[in-house]
Design a protein around this ligand. Structure first.
Ligand code: ADP
Length: 284
């Protein structure tokens, strides 16, 4: 049985203005998995994330970390935030120190680590996010994409077990978005549990081991990506499109270029590999 590391149990949350952001969310996150929470704007993804590391407290229900209800004392929250790190969608809400080095080192220094260990962690986080050349720059002079990468570095330097990314590739140029995806793969290979929120179906499909679909403050379905996208009623209810790889696969099946039994491709390379050579198509 896979170990559940983080869990939302019957979670309900309304904002002070009465907005019912989470209606009754139940979700288990398995240790070491790559989970995408997919949903359109306003579905409740960011609100759920704020519950996951105790920034918001549910009106009812609870969050469990490694099987234990989280408590909201200062000490418990500090412990929780060592384990569960969030990279927010807007980097300006995350960066507050004068220089990039100060910003990335802030979290690890607060953990009481030695200057030497902090320096080593900052160095690695700078390498992982390709921000080494920005180390002495004032944070307010960075571009949006640079701020985003520095905010990721700040969370990596804390070395949390679970890393949550809210709309991680929003605002990144294509090269840095691709590099970010490679970084996610590396983090996953090193055993981290990764959760991302996105409304990008292609990103969710190619990135994740499992997808949870969120709509109007509820998780309305979850499962292995290729099984989930075959449930068209679910996809329509959440106002989502199909990933281009699945669209293309269906078109090729319709045209008779692929046998219907062909497994769904996970990458562009899978899709191309599935297409029979021209000689087979002519003789078919
Ligand atoms: P998502 O991340 O999926 O876009 P959010 O969690 O940001 O969704 O928002 C869920 C709902 O809560 C939306 O209806 C949104 O307008 C509302 N909401 C978010 N933040 C606040 C807030 N601070 N006060 C009141 N309503 C909010």
């Amino acid at each position: 049985m896979p170990e559940v590391i983080l869990e939302a149990v019957d979670l309900k949350y309304s904002y002070p203005d009465g907005t019912n952001a989470l209606r009754k969310v139940c979700l288990q996150v398995e240790k070491g998995e790559r989970l995408a929470i997919l949903g359109s704007n306003g579905a409740g993804k960011s609100t759920l994330f704020m519950q996951f590391n105790g920034i918001y407290r549910p009106n009812s229900g609870c969050i469990k970390y490694q099987g234990r209800d989280i408590t909201y004392s200062n000490k418990a929250l500090i412990e929780l935030r060592k384990k569960v790190g969030i990279v927010f969608q807007d980097p300006d809400s995350q960066l507050f120190s004068a220089s990039v080095y100060q910003d990335i080192s802030f979290g690890p220094l607060n953990l009481g680590l030695s200057e030497e260990i902090v320096a080593a962690r900052v160095k690695q986080a700078l390498i992982d996010t390709e921000t080494t050349d920005l180390v002495d720059k004032p944070t307010h002079l960075l571009s949006y994409g640079q701020k985003k990468r520095v905010s990721i570095a700040g969370v990596l330097a804390m070395e949390p077990e679970v890393i949550i990314f809210d709309e991680p590739t929003a605002g990144l140029d294509p090269r840095h978005a691709l590099e970010f995806m490679q970084l996610l793969k590396k983090l996953r290979d090193s055993g981290k549990t990764i959760i991302i929120s996105t409304h990008d179906v292609d990103l969710a499909y190619s990135f994740s081991d499992r997808i949870a679909i969120m709509c109007s403050g509820e998780i309305i379905g979850h499962g292995e990506p290729s099984e989930l996208f075959l449930q068209s009623d679910l996809i329509q209810r959440a106002d989502l499109a199909l990933p281009w790889l699945i669209e293309m696969h269906s078109e090729l099946v319709k045209k008779g270029w692929l046998p219907p039994s062909t497994p769904l491709p996970k990458t562009k390379e899978d899709l191309l590999r599935n297409i029979p050579p021209k000689s087979d198509q002519q003789s078919a």
